[in-house]
Design a protein around this ligand. Sequence first.
Ligand SMILES: Cc1cc2nc3c(=O)[nH]c(=O)nc-3n(C[C@H](O)[C@H](O)[C@H](O)COP(=O)(O)OP(=O)(O)OC[C@H]3O[C@@H](n4cnc5c(N)ncnc54)[C@H](O)[C@@H]3O)c2cc1C
Length: 409
Amino acid sequence: MQTDRETVVIVGAGQAGAWVAITLRGLDPDRRIVLIGDEAHPPYERPPLSKAILAGKAGIESAYIRPSTFYADNRIELMLNGRVGHINRGRNRLTLDDGSTLDYGTLVLATGCRPRRLAVEGADLPQVHTLRTIADVEKIADRLKPRSRVVAIGAGFIGLEFAAVAVEAGCSVVVVDAAPHAMGRVIDRSVAEVVAAAHEGRGVDFCFSAAIERIEPDGDHAAVVLGSGKRLLADLVIVGIGAVPNTDLAEAAGLACDDGIVVNAFGRTDDPKIFAVGDVTRHFNPLLGRSLRLESWQNAQNQGIAVAKAIAGTATPYADLPWFWSDQYDTNLQIIGAPAVWDRIIWRGPPESGKFTAIYMNGERVVAGNSMNNARDIRFIKQLILNGTAVPDAALADPSTSLAQLVKG
Ligand SMILES: Cc1cc2nc3c(=O)[nH]c(=O)nc-3n(C[C@H](O)[C@H](O)[C@H](O)COP(=O)(O)OP(=O)(O)OC[C@H]3O[C@@H](n4cnc5c(N)ncnc54)[C@H](O)[C@@H]3O)c2cc1C
């Protein structure tokens, strides 16, 4: 019989929590593993929600990380629709919102993020939605009909992926952002302008540097009122203005938090019995030389694997160069690296061709890359970043120069 001291309880049955459970079961066939999530579905990947699933090209179950029977078959106790409300660190005890309790030997917080709310009047109108969960998609998908008017607030990845699906469904689309250009948090303005141009070419209107005054009811519609006085009538409004880490449980339990639960390279918090993983963590990345919080598929999976190894006693530090992708229309965008600074962009291939790689330089070194319909370059750019050797601009800019050769030096 397992004792509570050996029980691993994972709070949050998203991608990161699932990868802790799956990997740990592979490493330790006997350990009691409990995976608690407050959604109705078994763990799933979110990227298809704003892409193939929203477009109706893939079913919801295609996003499941493992078939729903996997967990019972592998003695992972999956508790869905269950929310943990309190951690008693002194007694190693969790209390769920239904009043039940559960004792842990090791606790993993995999609570992810929630969408940032728009703090204006009318943000709670029935036409206004966010896009993070399967439940969100189920509310939105039906409304993407030919000639529907939709407004995306936020020109980040979620807003733009949503815009692409809406255009393909025949909707008329306006994207509003407070920043002067799209994807301001992640990519260089010059690359963002190429992406925005692809949307404009398909009829999307952008309102940049725009403040939202309020959203007001207008018959069956919502009207998004901008600071300029412009009114955007909408059947559907999607708010995609970033995400906030779910640190409430950790903060109430007195764990160190700083826009995320602070963890070391093994995912350990400042309590040796408690780990954290995925979107909710702030961790030190030795490859970048700084701490950061990532919202990415790669981080959720690989940090989850690293945490499971640490729990199983085969610890290997988590260190990935951040990688992210986005699909909009027929365009695949890939991003490698997360530089704090760069001083110029080198274009490998003409941007207007829709197939290129933008290489971010700092001095003589490559610090990041964005490929558009050119994913093959990404693994070489990754290697150039990791090598840290000086690379001449002219060689990088010339598509006939092999990146593989530049990697070899
Ligand atoms: C629409 C969308 C598209 C995306 N596309 C991409 C992409 O193209 N490429 C990419 O790299 N990344 C993408 N991402 C990001 C990626 O999906 C996330 O980084 C990843 O899902 C993070 O996984 P996680 O397990 O850390 O957090 P989450 O997926 O947020 O899972 C956390 C889970 O914990 C639950 N929870 C929270 N608190 C409690 C509690 N107290 N008790 C019980 N359960 C709780 C939450 O409800 C949630 O189910 C996308 C994200 C979204 C939303």
